[in-house]
Design a protein around this ligand. Structure first.
Ligand code: BGC
Length: 468
């Protein structure tokens, strides 16, 4: 339990992290609603796929523009903006508009997700006190997984109990409208990020926010000095992105987000029911195992990320995912070309189910939260928007690529193949962490920045300067 912080810190972090909930609601929406959407709009498989994947396109563009919004409008107003898009796009969708408008709305939801996936971690990293920065940052991921779970449950429920798709679909969207409304309203009352205020030269306002969030005047003074020190060190505005040290750390963020997707998580999030179906498993287990395990095992991550640190979690996660992907591949190798589900034995089914559960566990306690968290911590203040824009776009691009190609890949190369491929990426991901990723637990963002500018190797950026 995290204690010793002002209540407002929890309001600030909780409200901002609602952006994560909306991310999850939209990400998880498709799995159990697609049939209903297809019935209402008479979509064939291709159009349905297209409808699903527009979210990722919106996400890439949202992430691209989010950097500009965050810099010029501020972090808070960018959150308000994404809340507005979440709200309006899901509300319009709930009225079952013409198909083209429904597509536009899904794109706008993706856009809002892109903005939120950029701004929320940034805002949390800049506003939460250093010692709980990791835990609060993890909230973002926790709420993503709660969102995926919640919408999976409500969509299964609605689809089961309401036979008329014309009535069911508006209700499915209504769930998103409610939470989007809460996020929109809540974010109107958030304070601006003190680091953004300082960046804009609004020292007094930055101090006022720090006074709200920190416990003692000493803490406020120290934090403000640290922030201003980092700002004072900025040589030429805007040019930082061309500096060698920035490019170095940008590559770390890019690879981290790329690996977060290449280990295969969204193939499970989107297609678990289909994949279980290939192994002859259907029903509630196929539909609910992944979202449930994903949500439950993100809770321990909140504590572990501060206790064990980021890197240890990344190693443990990569190892779990490696072993379980090999096991899932082995299960499908045992199944072979069998297409008659009744002929598939209990052994491969059990191996597959256990492997998927442990795989999701491995991701949920580690790469899920930590990739976003580390990307919100490693960039110097002046280049933070650019760094997070690029890394968020990379995340969405690879997410989209995998969603678009995974099933075809399995059909072309055999069902087992994709799991062995993901296992290979887990090995590369682990090696990458060992060689390049810094441990950022308990270090102020300014210390990380000083180390970076002093030319330290990226994996040593968390050295020294622990706050207490
Ligand atoms: C990833 C998403 C994924 C989610 C699953 C996030 O960290 O970025 O792509 O759907 O975790 O929980």
């Amino acid at each position: 339990m995290i204690t010793g912080y002002k209540t407002i810190v929890f309001y600030i972090c909780g409200t901002a992290a609602m952006g994560g909930l909306l991310f999850g609601l939209d990400q998880g929406f498709i799995a159990n609603s697609l049939e209903t959407i297809r019935k209402v709009y008479g979509l064939d498989i291709r159009s349905a796929e297209h409808y699903s994947s527009i979210l990722a396109t919106g996400g890439v563009i949202g992430a691209l523009l989010a950097g500009i919004f965050a810099r010029y409008l501020g972090r808070k107003r960018s959150l308000v903006l994404s809340g507005f898009f979440f709200c309006s796009a899901s509300l319009v969708s709930a009225f079952l508009p013409p198909l083209i408008i429904l597509y536009v709305c899904r794109f706008l939801l993706g856009f809002a997700v892109g903005v939120a996936s950029f701004v929320v971690p940034l805002y949390l990293a800049e506003t939460a006190p250093a010692k709980i920065r990791g835990a609060m940052g993890t909230l973002f991921q926790l709420l993503i997984t709660i969102g995926i779970f919640l919408i999976s449950v409500t969509n299964v429920f609605v689809a089961t109990w309401i036979a008329n798709p014309q009535t069911a679909l508006p209700l499915m969207f209504a769930v998103i409208v409610i939470f989007a409304g809460l996020m929109f309203a809540g974010s109107l009352f958030l304070p601006e990020s003190p680091r953004w205020l300082a960046l804009k030269g609004r020292r007094d306002q930055a101090m006022a926010v720090l006074q709200k969030t920190l416990n003692t005047p000493d803490d406020v003074r120290r934090e403000l000095m640290d922030i201003e020190g980092a700002l004072g060190n900025q040589s030429v505005h805007g040019r930082i992105v061309f500096k060698g040290y920035f490019i170095k750390i940008l590559l770390v963020g890019i690879f981290l987000q790329m690996f977060q997707q290449l280990v295969g998580i969204n193939v499970m999030i989107y297609y678990a029911p289909t994949i279980f179906g290939y192994a002859g498993m259907t029903g509630i287990i196929a539909m609910m195992t992944v979202p449930t395990v994903n949500m439950l095992f993100t809770f321990p991550a909140i504590r572990l990320v501060e206790k064990w640190g980021r890197k240890k979690l990344l190693y443990v996660g990569a190892l779990f995912m490696l072993i379980t992907m090999l096991a899932a591949g082995a299960a499908f190798s045992m199944i072979g070309d069998q297409t008659d589900p009744s002929m598939i034995g209990g052994v491969p089914k059990t191996i597959l189910l256990v492997a998927v559960i442990l795989y999701i566990f491995g991701f949920a306690v580690s790469w899920g939260p930590v990739a976003w968290l580390v990307c919100s911590e490693i960039f110097p203040l002046q280049g933070r928007e650019v760094g997070m824009t690029v890394t968020t776009m990379v995340n969405w691009t690879f997410a989209g690529l995998l969603m678009d190609n995974a099933l075809t890949f399995m059909q072309t190369h055999g069902h087992a193949s994709i799991f062995f491929l993901f296992a290979g990426f887990c090995v590369l991901a682990g090696a990458f962490v060992a060689a390049f990723v810094p441990e950022t637990k308990g270090v102020t963002l300014e210390q990380i920045e000083r180390n970076l500018k002093a030319g330290k190797k990226t994996r040593y950026l968390g050295d020294q300067g622990f706050v207490n």
